[in-house]
Design a binder for this molecule. Structure first.
Ligand code: SF4
Ligand code: SF4
Length: 132
């Protein structure tokens, strides 16, 4: 399915959870290191867990709880989270428009500080981080 949401490097250590509040299916997950689970909420910080998954140990070890992760099996490509006014650092892209650092490739979001980077790493990471 095209249009799956991919969270990229700019989210790391920003993680303000604005995308969580606009996702209608609670498929954007946060990592809880104390419980070693990925969990989602309908409203960020509400304390009400909607869904959980087990993390893949190797994949979650890369960035841990410093970023959020979209479950690509659950994302409906609704487009809400990658509208320009949602993520303050432009970290979210549709999977079929991930910038690759090639001159004529897909455009970077205007507020993404990582222009010039190849963002495809995060497509694989999004797939790998959910163990179930
Ligand atoms: S595209 Fe829609 S369903 Fe997918 S993560 Fe973003 S808000 Fe959620
Ligand atoms: S809105 Fe952007 S920076 Fe905030 S948690 Fe979501 S992806 Fe990360």
């Amino acid at each position: 399915m095209a249009g799956l949401a991919i969270i990229t490097e700019a989210c790391i250590d920003t993680k303000d959870r604005a995308c969580v509040d606009v996702c209608p299916v609670q498929c954007i997950y946060e990592y809880d290191p104390a419980k070693n689970i990925l969990f989602s909420e309908a409203e960020a910080g509400s304390g009400v867990t909607e869904n959980t998954h087990a993390p893949n140990p190797d994949a979650i070890a890369i960035f841990g709880d410093s970023t959020l992760y979209v479950n690509l099996d659950e994302c409906t490509s609704c487009t809400a989270c990658y509208q320009p006014d949602v993520c303050p650092v432009g970290a979210i892209y549709p999977d079929d428009h991930l910038p690759t650092a090639e001159p004529n490739g897909p455009k970077y979001n205007s507020s993404d500080p990582n222009k010039g980077h190849d963002h495809r790493f995060f497509l694989q990471l999004s797939s790998d981080v959910f163990a179930d």
